[in-house]
Ligand binder design. Sequence first.
Ligand SMILES: NC(=O)c1ccc[n+]([C@@H]2O[C@H](COP(=O)([O-])OP(=O)(O)OC[C@H]3O[C@@H](n4cnc5c(N)ncnc54)[C@H](OP(=O)(O)O)[C@@H]3O)[C@@H](O)[C@H]2O)c1
Length: 484
Amino acid sequence: MVSRVIPVDPFDLVIFGGTGDLARRKILPGLYRRFLAGQMPADSRIIGAARAELDDAGFQKMVAEAIAEFVPAERQDKAAIKAFLDRVGYVSIDAKGTGGWDALKSRMRENVVRAFYFSVAPALFGDLAERLHSHGIADAWSRIVVEKPFGRDLASAKALNAVLAEHFDEHQIYRIDHYLGKETVQNLMAVRFANILFEPLWKAEYIDHVQITVAETVGVEGRGAYYDKSGAMRDMVQNHLMQLLCLIAMEPPYHFDPDAVRDEKLKVIRALDAVKPEDIVRGQYLAGGGQGGYLEHCEDPNSRTESYIALKCHISNWRWKGTPFYLRTGKRLRSRASEIAITFKEPPHSIFDDAKGWRENVLVIRLQPNEGMNLMMMIKEPGPGGMRLMQVPLDMSFADALGADAEDIPDAYERLIMDVIRGNQTLFMRGDEVEAAWAWADPIIAGWEARGDRPQGYDPGSSGPEDALMLMHRDGRRWREIKG
Ligand SMILES: NC(=O)c1ccc[n+]([C@@H]2O[C@H](COP(=O)([O-])OP(=O)(O)OC[C@H]3O[C@@H](n4cnc5c(N)ncnc54)[C@H](OP(=O)(O)O)[C@@H]3O)[C@@H](O)[C@H]2O)c1
């Protein structure tokens, strides 16, 4: 049932930061899986680049170890791994230095797609972009992929956009948000725009509210000092949750075309109202269960950075005026669960005067775990007890619907890298989108910094701070249970 794998054009993909954590955990194992699936053409090449003094064999060994560690055992095929490694090479390069660039240039071939993955700190983006050009390695058809974080505020995002724009056109720049590569997220667009069923109801008149939840069970231990400079707003809301909100709220684009989709997302961000201070709750997880709390993990006992945030926002346009969007994300919560829940309003008139058990229709889109969708419907409770209503889910789990084929669904990184090679920017953020999202987030962050607000403590394994519950209760609503 999974669609045919369509091979992409042959490519030379250079991964700057090829020895780093992201390359080892996601990018290289993902490329191996695409090779195994027959999507990566045999005459493609992957070139790792970093400062470490390695030769091709040394890097291939590292890639083999990454595959052994991060690809499920049943997908590890000895012959395929060897064939994949034959296509992997390495060049030692310091992004800020002069050595190695000619060696890289000599590895690049004509008449194949050239892509450069910047899997390094954003501070190096400008150096890489400049050197790729000055050494004649990148041309007008080359693509660059840049990782988050894309700035930490509007000013730094603008500066990053400007530095990239000096050497690359916008159509060559692929800003990755791996949430957009998730199967269910794309399905959100299919559900909305390939069915007549929901679109007529997709507006404030029929939708009571929307909840977007991204909950994690892990804390920030091990990378607390790094995380403390960003926090949940910068790390999750400004990018991932904002992108999800855009896909739910946007108008139908005229075509499934990169700029048409991104134009509509941009309009949503621009229509977001400023968020009132009383509509935001921030939290920090406390110690518990034998584990340290956020303040210990971030190594700053006075830190005011949030590991949890919940907020209510409004979109001021014709479609959404009056429908609140509640967003929450946090670490060390009860379960690892990400979902979007769209709660519909009551029918205008109930014919079941004394019927018990009525609840709202809710469309739940689960991003993880167990990707799929649920539509909560009302039916009559079976049996002779009169007209009693009960809520039942129309459940579509991808794993159930697709059976064994579900295992072949590419993960977000795999899909997005193949989109880069195809030259399809639909699932990547455009520069103006990123800037608009920071323009919305900046005053919120500035507000709590100016007031010196402290996040509220919350218990590990809970659903977050008490005040986050109140954020919903005072509107007569409640958060959905965080269930893994
Ligand atoms: N890890 C994740 O899950 C994740 C998720 C989302 C986004 N990101 C982003 O992805 C980027 C990479 O993250 P990471 O976790 O892989 O970092 P990392 O483990 O610290 O790796 C950094 C890589 O950059 C290379 N590097 C550092 N300085 C360099 C220089 N001057 N010239 C050339 N190469 C240099 C390092 O190798 P050498 O030291 O040998 O040069 C290493 O390969 C960061 O921007 C991060 O924010 C990471």
